[in-house]
Write a protein that binds this ligand. Sequence first.
Ligand code: NAD
Ligand code: UDP
Length: 427
Amino acid sequence: MSPSTIRILDNKGEEIKTVGFKRFGFDCEVPVDDLRALYLRPHYSSNSEDESGKAKVANSDHAAFTKGTDAYQSQAIYDPTNKSISYTTLTRFPPVKLLPPSERKRILVTGGAGFVGSHLVDRLMLLGHEVTVLDNFFTGSKTTVSHWVGHPNFEMVRHDVVEPFMIECDQIYHLACPASPPHYQYNAVKTIKTSFMGTLNMLGLAKRTKARFLISSTSEVYGDPEVHPQPEDYWGHVNPIGPRACYDEGKRVAETLTYGFHRQDGVDVRVVRIFNTYGPRMNPYDGRVVSNFIVQALKGEDLTVYGDGKQTRSFQYVHDLIDGMIALMNSDETRPVNIGNGDEFSIGEFAELVREIVEKVQDEDGVKPARRCEVIYKDLPTDDPKQRRPDNTRARQTLDWAPRWTVRMGLEEMVRYYKAKMEEGSL
Ligand code: NAD
Ligand code: UDP
């Protein structure tokens, strides 16, 4: 099936044509196809060229997603003979909204080259704002936002948030922090420094510039929760000295700092507690469960469930998260807000679901796998939370936000994204 013929249906069975909304005086609606053309664009194309010297991508899965936007696609042309890549630069950027200066904001996104950050950057750029990405590329990559490099509204700065940074801005989305357990445990001391000193520096910047400050906190502040689902007024159950503490306690202290600056210095703050999120551009090898299962299933490897698979998580698609973050930033809500999908799965069930969706996509594309992947069991990591599901009442009431993407729909798009990357040889 051609990706361009896939209709995306929301949890009410209605077609999703746009994401975002007009609310709180901040119009953040964009056509979903404009976003897909950015994240589903090819990374490499073959070295065959047409008469004009342009690389041919017409028949690839990616080309179906990016149809009509070729003029806005730079190319990395792979030559298998020499194992070399030749890059072309963009001559034209995707069209962005023309905003009057009174509505155009200067927005700093720390961690903007990461998975969540890059989707936020796409949205803010298409909406016509001026965006600066600050990233040390520890887990993020320049390629996630390279399609904006050179645009007059865009700037990318390599910088570590543990060092102070000066800029003039109106809003700060502070996302810089590794998010997957293997990445944040790789250098636990650095992770906690990033959470504490990075947040201190960015709050100092917000104080000086009077910018509104939003921090991406996490459901991990609830630890291994004894209250289920988790509302924002639950204080959590965190092991302060375990292997996850550098991240969990780091985010808890970052929230404490945020409210310290709010109460003491009047900094205008927003705190989003993000629950497990997945989507295209997620690093396929960052060890999180969604990317692990999809890549394993596509490669015909067995799916590795940790423990007995009875622990639960709820998974939200990245566009729903970005809607929630933008809504929160532009609302008057200063209390923490959970943003997550309430559909809860045991990890064992989730492995079966991913396998089924990968098989469905392969079947539609006429791919016959050599064997059926098995679900296998491995040791449960220390302090792995037993259950997790957001109580979204506050987000519904104060932001009028609710998730729209079903897990099935989101997974299918992500499977197609990884599959196309595998076919082009970049995964
Ligand atoms: P990610 O690892 O893809 O992105 C993090 C980005 O921050 C990367 O680009 C990385 O290079 C950058 N970074 C890390 N340390 C830095 C430093 N010291 N200085 C500058 N840049 C630095 O992770 P993500 O999934 O995109 O997560 C983004 C944010 O959302 C994080 O703050 C994370 O805690 C939060 N969050 C994510 C999820 C999720 O499921 N994705 C869940 C809860 C919270
Ligand atoms: N998990 C798993 N197999 C994997 C990766 C993760 O069973 O290959 C489990 C993990 O033990 C946890 C859940 O899936 O119970 C979610 O893990 P992830 O690292 O994605 O996020 P977090 O634990 O931070 O919620």
